[in-house]
Design a protein around this ligand. Sequence first.
Ligand code: CDP
Length: 247
Amino acid sequence: MSGQTDMILVDKKGMRIDGRKTDEHRPVHIEAGVLSNADGSAYLEIGKNKVLAAVYGPRECHPRHLQDPTKAIIQCKYNMEAFSVSDRKRPGPDRRSIEISKIIAEALERVVLTELYPRASIDVYIEILQANAGTRCAGLTAASVALADAGIPMRDIIPAVAAGKADGHVLLDLNKEEDNYGQADVPLAIVPSTDEIVLLQMDGNMTRKEFDKALDMAFGACHEIYEIQKTALKERYAVSKEDDGDE
Ligand code: CDP
């Protein structure tokens, strides 16, 4: 988010460097149940982002002092692989990954029926295999599919996407160049059945009007991604039914 203004990221026809229109998100592909040893899992691509999410639990929470006698806690680990970005990332947690893990766990707590599992822990692992901006949203979108795949009761699943501003235009789902040289980035995650916001952040600056437009675009895209999440889960179920028939 350099805010550099001399960078051409949108041409005179309103076309972006990757060929998208200003209100278009990158292609999304989601597959549920990709790992056999995790309780639930999902693989997601949005543009050049590649993300794996895995869920383990509910299990008895250790260390015990973290237990909540009234509900399960969600422990989330967002991790960016060393090879996921163009400059090798130093492996292990840093301030950014700790922050992203926290906000993803908080968003998921809004939909998971944690009260059904007192003293338990639900572990959510998010591995960013390839990053191209928007990984917190991609990670959260994949994690909620993985939770549903694990059979964990939820009020709804959460889709997430960012909108922002680059080269003076309000854009949906910024890619790496737009994020790097743009003026603002606004990640959004919602509960589609109620349109409740469970994650909203803003990096950079926008006018109120631009912000409203960005939010509008992101809401619309979240509903589109929600359909892709549901299709991935339905496809997973269809495959399981075939497997059951074979046995
Ligand atoms: O990924 P997201 O947009 O949610 O978070 P960000 O902190 O705004 O990072 C934007 C992008 O910067 C990431 O998706 C990566 O492509 C890139 N990045 C990087 O190249 N090296 C890092 N250590 C962190 C981020």
